[in-house]
Design a protein around this ligand. Sequence first.
Ligand code: FAD
Length: 513
Amino acid sequence: MQQIRKVLIVGGGTAGWLAACHLAKKLYRPDGSGVDICLIESAEIPTIGVGEGTVPAIRQSLQYLGISETEFIRECDVTFKQSIQFVDWVKAPGQISPNFYHHLFDYPDLATLDLTPYWLQGQAGECSYADAVAVQGRICDAGFGPKTMLQPEFQGLTNYAYHLDAAKFATLLTRHATQKLGVRHLLGNVGAVRFADNGDIAAIQTDAHGELTADIFIDCTGFRALLIGDACQVPFIPKNDVMFVDRALAVQVPYRDPEAPIPCYTIATAQPAGWIWDIGLTERRGTGYVYSSRYTSDDEALAVLRQYLQGDADHLTPRRIEMQVGYREKFWHRNCIALGLSQGFVEPLEATGLLVYDATARMLADSFPAHTGVMPLLAERFNQRVRTAWDKVIDFIKLHYFLSQRDDSAFWRDNRDPASCPQSLLDNLALWAHQVPTPYDFHSKLEIFNLENYLYVLYGMRFGTDLSAQKYRLTQPELAAQMFAFYRHKAQQLQTQLLPHRELLKRIRQFGL
Ligand code: FAD
């Protein structure tokens, strides 16, 4: 049994630097008594350069890592994200289709009363589910940011995440990790891997620094999966049978009017073979069509994206990205651990990439092995938890496709085929057809999407729950009426306090929080 003194991270994309920050924060000590954290990245192999949407958990991470929110907003072209607006997901364009926000990052107040059954009974009238149970949809529609200049960093009047420039974020994390957290940074290309007799990775060969040794190697080489895949031969489990999209065309679009209002939410617009993301940053939009190569060609996809952008990017060539959809059979194999795209990826809907990589990096740092003897046990737990997290992500994302009523293309029709749907999701939907979901339906340690997230998507997409056998349980209609009225009133009141989104960002950049 040997103490772990050296960790080597290979890859300097967002995942690599997030991992470096989490590990160094917990394990590095300037006097040398802790763990040496070193990151090597290639100066020639670019990072993937997409990944601009986040979820609120990123706020806790930034704060925990000691990154200033003002600095982050100034340096990474950050805007606030309060939700995702789903356009044309329920029905095809031209048919009446509710465009709904999910998940409003403000959750319904279930502790006071779950309004869902009362809403299902029609007690809120024509009001959408999101507007009936929270204020944030109205704040988004009105174009306001989530906070005023009076709230300290990381606090808001509504809950929020961010949109960010991925390349600038990696630069900020690099500086933070190297200057404040003691991470060593090397530039070089990693080639061959040398194994020890017991099957552990003993060293990696680099062009600029010769052979590098470590006790633990973290693979953050993106879809290349240089260590966990190429070297350790851990198989990849594809999930294309459930998640159909496998390509993206991404393009950064300049604003026509640099003073145009910036949406305070991601816009996700369904298309015949996938969907288009549209993210407003301070200086530009980040957009892209995520589509299935089984259901459309690259040329057709390009035409769809160009039509969506209405001439705004005709002078630009979108970048084509091939996505490996699925995850590794194991994420921790002997002394090699995969974090980031090398670990797994399903698709960008709901911004699960950074969320999972950040959560698993934190989990690794928090439960870091005291010595080599406990590594097999920890690896087994890590593998089981991360696999469950990915399965939960897949269930949740599939839900959006499975509930769609679009019948205008084979892509949408086939997505509704139960054979393409995980049994766990089918079981839940069978239950929820007769009763509203409860917290007991969510029990994983690393539960990525919870009851509230499901409520927003299920009822935003008009999932039918038949409550006819349970009317006797709806004993608080008066309280429900008061709460529906409260949210209407509160949304109006908040709008008198909040600033338009672009104005809020300008002030933060100028004065700081
Ligand atoms: P990469 O960014 O690919 O970095 C790989 C690193 O490995 C680079 O530094 C490279 O130099 C290095 N490297 C590779 N080979 C070698 C070698 N031989 N030697 C040395 N170094 C090497 N996530 C979200 O959270 N929100 C989103 O909205 C979102 N949108 C996405 C949209 C698309 C189309 C895709 C494909 C992904 C999206 N993601 C999103 C996921 C997001 O891209 C990743 O979370 C994030 O960028 C992490 O990437 P990475 O660091 O694992 O890999």
